[in-house]
Design a protein around this ligand. Structure first.
Ligand code: ATP
Length: 634
């Protein structure tokens, strides 16, 4: 028992200390933790309550069913869940919550229920998680659960009076993860080199975002380095506010990165809905972004592409930075970069002038982002990118009328055109910014541990609710096919991608008899972008529409994106290498264990403004509204 208490306390300490850490201990193969919550004893109950457990590991989280408890007798669950495990630093965090007996708001409880695979007892009733009270937590580190089987009582909060009975079974098959291990569900995003799909891992049922990058496009756009950089950085570093990479592999045609699925949509979407954020709301997001960027800087990485579109919201309302393709690695103190890159609204003056830049370009972008959040428009916005860069270089900074003194001061210090005087340019980097009075009320360690309540939670009615994604993507019936075998890539072209996968995916060998399929060591350090900052302006931005409808559950019983029979999901077995070929050209792995989710077509309800239209209309208002002018050095 003492050992358990020690382990539990140790793991909590470890979790706090390593909330951001180097991801050095990656298990490069298929490892899983089966977790079963048996029961809880020792609870002192005065009146009937609902009790449930939240379990999380490596950014995957599940919520058990809630059980009505009327007296002191032990509570039995007997529910089981499976997590994918990729790091030997993983900690399984279990928290027990108490909700009001009378709450029956199932939709709120299911919003936490991402990737939920339920077994055992049925859900008795939902509970409004917003009003729930934490009873206690236990942290179970990898060291405890890596022994194959563990069946024991863990004290909550290290106190033996209340404890939970947990069974854990860890397996490491040694099998490399490949594209065969996933089922495609829907396209959720599009980028310059490919697309991002919502996928489901067949054995555990976990949802992930699979970024598929076409090799030919990557070669044509001279972007192999960016892709390697992104994969390398995501694999190397773990941070609460940076998307996690679970697996990476390649097919003959494509590079695939399996990322944590961040279901709350782009921050861009949320600001579009509200036009502006209050300063308090903006402070929350800006602070989380600062922690992520500060972490990258600490490791010699400049992010270079900070913009609303690269900030996603997780299901709890926290920020997640994605798209590390433009990062510059191994930047030493005092070293300058000259590559023109970034998005036109957010590029710092020294990038435009080509005089050389350092990590403080990210702080300029942060200032722009903060301004955009509270004003609804970037500070030097113009529809014409050339005009915009002129404004960035010389236009005076104007503020909306109701801005607070502290917010205006922070923005003007971040938007200092002299990069050596910009806030954050000093040796202590992000610490300089944290010390600004605007952040006086911020508890940074709580924020890092996600213990500060986000301003709002995305409103989702189930794990497959894609309301916050662009319907131009989610409605797309022709996803990129990572299995295509008719690519025109030569052997030497393929050589460029050696080292991308840490596993030799079966499909690569099966579909390319001429290729050895051997995977070497990655020698590319990437970061050779010669992009103009204008390249990434969304000339044809996606139009956002809110999808709504009825409830949705993983097994397709009910769905807000109403499942219907679509030819693109017919499972016509072509008996080819254990994959199913469908009519839309997408090949799916067979999944004997899990039923194929039924195809889904979103019901569109609300048309949102496009990026361009929103910014244009606000731009007109901005001319008349922005009255307060501050010079650079104020
Ligand atoms: N982990 C994720 N979870 C959910 N959605 C995601 C995830 N990663 C990316 N997306 C969606 O896909 C879009 C494109 O992703 P991303 O920016 O990484 O692709 P890209 O090809 O690098 O794009 P770009 O052309 O902007 O560089 C994102 O804006 C987001 O909407």
């Amino acid at each position: 028992m003492l050992k358990d208490i020690y382990n539990s306390l140790l793991s909590k300490k470890q979790q706090e200390e390593h909330a951001w850490s180097l991801n050095e201990d990656i298990l490069e193969n298929q490892a899983q933790l089966f977790f079963s919550l048996k029961s809880i004893k020792g609870l002192k109950i005065d009146e009937p309550v609902r009790i449930y457990c939240l379990a999380s590991l490596e950014k995957q989280s599940i919520q058990t069913s809630s059980i009505i408890v009327r007296d002191q007798s032990p509570i039995e669950w007997n529910e089981g869940y499976t997590f994918d495990v990729i790091s030997s630093k993983s900690v399984l965090a279990l928290s027990i919550w108490q909700g009001n007996f009378n709450q029956t708001n199932i939709s709120d409880s299911s919003s936490k229920n991402n990737n939920d695979v339920k077994m055992g007892s049925p859900v008795i009733s939902g509970v409004n998680t917003n009003l729930a009270k934490l009873i206690g937590k236990v942290y179970i580190p990898f060291l405890t659960f890596k022994k194959q089987f563990c069946d024991q009582w863990f004290p909550l909060n290290g106190s033996p009076s209340v404890s939970i009975h947990v069974k854990l079974s860890f397996t490491n098959s040694g099998k490399k993860v490949s594209v065969n291990d996933f089922i495609y569900l829907r396209m959720i995003g599009r980028g310059a080199f490919g697309q991002v799909n919502l996928v489901k891992k067949i054995d555990t049922g976990r949802l992930y975002a699979m970024k598929i990058i076409k090799k030919d496009r990557c070669l044509n756009m001279n972007a192999v380095g960016h892709t390697f950089t992104e994969r390398k950085l995501l694999k190397k570093y773990y941070h609460p506010f940076i998307v996690g990479l679970k697996y990476s592999f390649q097919t003959q045609d494509s590079l695939c990165m399996v990322l944590d699925y961040i279901g709350g949509g782009e921050l861009f979407y949320h600001i579009s809905e509200r036009e502006t954020f209050s300063e308090e709301t903006a402070r929350f997001y800006i602070s989380q972004i600062m922690l992520a960027i500060g972490f990258l800087h600490e490791h010699g990485v400049i992010y270079r592409d900070l913009k609303l579109e690269n900030l996603l919201m997780d299901l709890d309302g926290n920020i997640c930075l994605v798209d590390l393709g433009l990062c510059k690695e191994d930047v030493k103190e005092g070293q300058y970069c000259f590559t023109m890159c970034g998005s036109p609204e957010y590029v710092a003056p020294e990038i435009i002038t080509g005089t050389g830049y350092s990590r403080s370009v990210d702080w300029w972008a942060l200032g722009t982002l903060f301004y955009e959040m509270i004003a609804g428009l970037p500070p030097f916005y113009s529809e014409d990118p050339h005009e915009m860069s002129k404004l960035i270089l010389s236009s005076p900074l104007k503020f909306p009328p109701n801005i607070s003194k502290n917010a205006a001061s922070l923005i003007s210090l971040l938007l200092n055109r002299d990069p050596t005087k910009r806030l954050g340019s000093g040796e202590s980097d992000v610490e300089e910014i944290k010390a600004h009075p605007f952040f006086k009320s911020m508890n940074w360690s709580k924020l890092l541990n996600k213990e500060v309540d986000p301003p709002f939670k995305p409103h989702l009615i189930g794990p497959l609710d894609l309301s916050y994604f662009d319907p131009a993507c989610t409605l797309q019936s022709q996803p990129i096919n990572p299995y295509t075998t008719n690519s025109n890539l030569s052997e030497s072209d393929q050589m460029a991608f050696q080292g991308f996968s840490y596993s030799a995916p079966d499909i690569f060998n099966l579909t390319n008899n001429n290729s050895s399929g051997s995977i070497g060591v990655n020698t590319s350090s990437g970061g050779s972008a010669q992009n103009s900052p204008y390249n990434s302006l969304r000339n044809t931005p996606p139009s956002f529409m809110k999808i709504s409808g009825s409830n949705i559950f993983e097994n397709g019983r009910m769905s807000p994106i109403s499942f219907s029979s679509s030819p693109s999901y017919n499972n016509n077995n072509n008996n080819n290498n254990n994959v199913n070929m469908n009519h839309s050209g997408w090949v799916q792995p067979q999944s004997p264990q899990s039923p194929q989710p039924l195809p889904q077509l979103p019901i569109l309800s609300k048309l949102q403004e496009t990026t361009f239209e929103r910014r244009r209309s606000l731009s007109v208002n901005a001319q008349t509204q922005f009255t307060m002018v501050l010079g650079d050095d104020e």
